[in-house]
Design a protein around this ligand. Structure first.
Ligand SMILES: C[S@@+](CC[C@H](N)C(=O)[O-])C[C@H]1O[C@@H](n2cnc3c(N)ncnc32)[C@H](O)[C@@H]1O
Length: 355
């Protein structure tokens, strides 16, 4: 498959008046992302451009020939193949967008939104931002009346996320503030005590940030962490208990099994994504309260604080620096005019004054 656009290779995404999917109703327009699905289920996603030409093994067309058509249109190409045209859903977009870090997939984002009880108007703290997949679900749930402060310690990942999120909403989301730095440092400098309704952590070591999250959360606020491995799960739960500022944590695994449904052949699919992550949630206690007394005394912890974990230790996949630089260059080229600024989480270091 090749997707050609002329004269500009990377059309900039036009700034949308109305945010997100609500601004992309009606017939297909230039500047919008469209998803083409062939009869084998293969999907190609690209932005409609006045000079654009779509080409694949299963047929080709000029973008101008589909602009003005309704979503859900099936066209038959000159080669006799059928192609379905739709605007991508957020779940599709997350799979097609450029990535620096591993993303939270929609099945997990759905659980995070529901179990962290993210509501319209909520004040939410999120880290790390990675490629911005979860950020988009959080922003959709809080709406323009909420506030999301997203913190990412890698500047290049933050910039990729800004580009992905701006492209999805069609412009800078007014409820979004994006800052670089370490979660605990940024919270200490930018977040008032007991000013946040929800904290959502998707990072290597959430247990290191339990104190910062407790400081930021309102009494009754929800802490939710998403982790990939059992040691991360266990260490985060023990840190929540040790802090004595949260209710007893709840932990569960997020697994979805697709089903094959065809006549009487109704059964689970032979293949599935067996594991993505565990979720851990707890509620912030009031400042003058301690957790309910546990019936059984806690089991002795198996961890000390000496070890330093790397993403390799937990087998997390990440891109090479070279790939991240390439992704970032492409992302920057197509940002809208009012691109989300990536702001420093901490004051910039001052140059020493020379006598
Ligand atoms: C798995 S990725 C997050 C993916 C993201 N939720 C998404 O859906 O695209 C984890 C990110 O956390 C960042 N990170 C890890 N520890 C951090 C910390 N203490 N403060 C801020 N960011 C952190 C990493 O740089 C990485 O980008």
């Amino acid at each position: 498959m090749s997707e050609q656009t002329t004269p500009a290779a990377q059309p900039r995404v036009a700034t949308q008046q109305v945010l997100g999917q609500a601004g992309r109703r009606g017939p297909l327009r230039y500047g919008e992302r469209v998803q083409v699905t062939d009869s084998k289920g293969r999907k190609h996603t690209f932005v409609l451009d006045p000079g654009g030409y779509f080409q694949s093994q299963r047929g080709s067309f000029y973008h101008r020939d589909v602009v003005g058509r309704d979503e859900g249109t099936v066209i038959t190409t000159e080669s006799g193949h059928e192609l379905l045209l739709l605007r991508p859903l957020l779940a599709d977009y997350v799979l097609s967008m450029p990535r620096g870090a591993q993303v939270v997939y929609t099945k997990d984002a759905g659980q995070i939104i529901a179990f962290a009880d993210i509501f319209p108007g909520a004040r939410v703290l999120e880290a790390g931002v990675g490629s911005g997949a979860l950020t988009m679900s959080l922003l959709s749930a809080i709406g323009e009346g909420g506030h999301l402060l997203s913190i990412e310690r890698r500047h290049d990942f933050a910039a990729i996320a800004a580009s992905n999120v701006d492209a999805w909403f069609g412009r800078h989301h007014p409820a979004w503030e994006l800052r670089t730095g370490d979660f605990a440092d940024v919270v200490a400098t930018h977040v008032a005590e007991a000013s946040v309704d929800r904290v959502v952590l998707d990072m290597l070591a959430p247990w290191e940030n339990v104190d910062a999250a407790a400081r930021a959360l309102v009494p009754g606020g929800v802490f939710l962490a998403y982790v990939a491995t059992v040691p991360q799960l266990s260490r985060t739960v023990e840190a929540l208990r040790q802090s004595r500022r949260f209710t007893e944590p709840e932990s569960w695994e997020s697994a979805v099994r697709n089903w094959h449904v065809d006549g009487l052949a109704v059964r689970p699919d032979h293949r599935m994504v067996a594991h993505t992550g565990f979720l851990i949630s707890a509620r912030r206690l009031a400042a003058d309260s301690a957790p309910l007394t546990r019936k059984r005394p806690p089991t002795r912890g198996a961890y000390d604080d000496a070890g330093y974990w790397t993403i390799e230790d937990v087998g997390e996949r990440t891109s090479t620096d070279r790939k991240v630089r390439r992704v970032l260059r492409d992302c920057r080229a197509k940002q809208p005019e009012d691109a989300t600024p990536v702001q420093p989480g901490l004051p910039e270091p001052q140059e020493p004054e020379h006598e």
